[in-house]
Design a protein around this ligand. Structure first.
Ligand SMILES: [Zn+2]
Length: 247
């Protein structure tokens, strides 16, 4: 393919005020997406995080009872760096999240509580591209989030939510999937990149267990590398890509 035939990514819509990000684990948003979150909160938008698990199975050397609270603290600090103060944990078990109505209901309930116009999630497809296999938790939560955007608007799908006072919210206009193998849209990462780097660095215990490299060097190289790669399809500006599903 020549330069001119590489499909360019479209700019993300910006006529919205509230977004809700729903992912499986602490760090899922920080591995690429949080530069976009930082840019959006800087522009005055409200963004909240919902995590299906506390990531308690994420560090081989730390048992889950200690790991869960540690990673929850790191996630809250990480969110604060990019201007996000509402962080909820749904308490599903890390590594064995089951796709199904219980997960859809929990996410639909969160969508009704936060009433977002934009919902953000992480790659729900089998792979990260080629033969890089995705994890079952990401697939389950990504799919359930795409489904729950519809469930949230239908009062008859989970009537128990209405009984709990959660009225239907049919205002989700898009679900944006980060880390998708087939992105369609992008957002300029430049204004949020430094804070995105610092937000991933807050997952220090996780990163130190993951690599022997200096954490800041590892994080900076990783995130600027992805942003530059996406930017080749977005006017050569560092960018964060999303696959956008309008509703
Ligand atoms: Zn994850």
């Amino acid at each position: 393919m020549t330069e001119s035939t590489i499909t360019q990514l479209q700019p993300m819509p910006d006529d919205w005020q509230r977004a809700l990000a729903v992912v499986a684990h602490p760090d899922d948003l920080e591995y690429g997406c949080s530069a976009a979150i930082a840019a959006w909160t800087e522009a005055g938008r409200e963004i909240s995080y919902v995590l299906a698990t506390r990531g308690e199975a994420g560090i081989d050397t730390v048992e889950p009872e200690r790991c869960g609270p540690l990673r929850e603290r790191e996630q809250r600090a990480s969110a604060a760096v990019v201007g996000v103060s509402a962080v909820e944990f749904l308490g599903h078990r890390d590594g064995v999240i089951e796709y199904g109505t219980a997960l859809r209901r929990d996410i639909a309930a969160a969508i009704r509580r936060y009433r977002p116009e934009l919902v953000i999630t992480l790659n729900h497809r089998d792979t990260w591209g080629g033969v890089a296999w995705n994890t079952p938790d990401h697939v389950a939560v990504g799919r359930a989030t795409l489904d729950a955007a519809g469930d949230a608007g239908n009062r008859w799908i989970f009537p128990e939510l209405v009984e709990q006072g959660l009225e239907p919210w049919n205002g989700v206009r898009w679900v944006a999937v980060a880390g998708s193998t087939t992105p369609t849209h992008a957002v300029d990462a430049a204004p949020g990149l430094e804070r995105g780097i610092r937000s991933l660095l807050e997952h220090r215990a996780y990163i130190e267990a993951l690599t022997d490299e200096d954490p800041e060097t590892y994080v900076r190289n990783f995130l600027t590398g992805i942003a530059r790669e996406v930017g080749k399809r977005f006017g050569d500006k560092p960018a964060v890509a999303f696959e956008l599903f309008p509703r």
